[in-house]
Write a new protein. Structure first.
Ligand SMILES: [Zn+2]
Length: 108
């Protein structure tokens, strides 16, 4: 179960990731009931419009320790969204590696 502390940390991490790798549209995190088979997802709303935005949904039931991993994974989808058709292709992999560099020097 996510806690308020875990959700606040995720929002802070999203701000830092967005500074490191500015997304093509604003990104929002929503904690939602995704059912037991899904822990995270990412989609683009209002594509082609000026108010286009990415929504990252993270399962409300996941543990706080898992939130960062899910956030990095979904944020890498945001970064590679326009770069490849393949869901988890090379651009996704590079974005994932770059995102984790945020914590490479001893961050939380
Ligand atoms: Zn994925």
């Amino acid at each position: 179960m996510t806690t308020e502390k875990g959700r606040a940390k995720a929002r802070k991490n999203l701000r830092e990731l967005s500074q490191l790798m500015p997304p093509s549209h604003p990104v929002r995190i929503i904690f939602a009931d995704l059912g037991k088979d899904d822990i995270g997802e990412c989609y683009l709303l209002d594509e082609g419009k000026t108010e286009a935005r990415f929504i990252i949904r993270i399962g409300r039931e996941v543990n706080d320790e898992l939130i960062t991993s899910i956030l990095v994974h979904e944020f890498a989808h945001v970064c590679s969204w326009y770069w490849e058709e393949c869901h988890h292709g090379p651009a996704f992999g590079i974005a994932t590696a770059r995102a984790w560099s945020l914590w490479a020097d001893g961050g939380e």
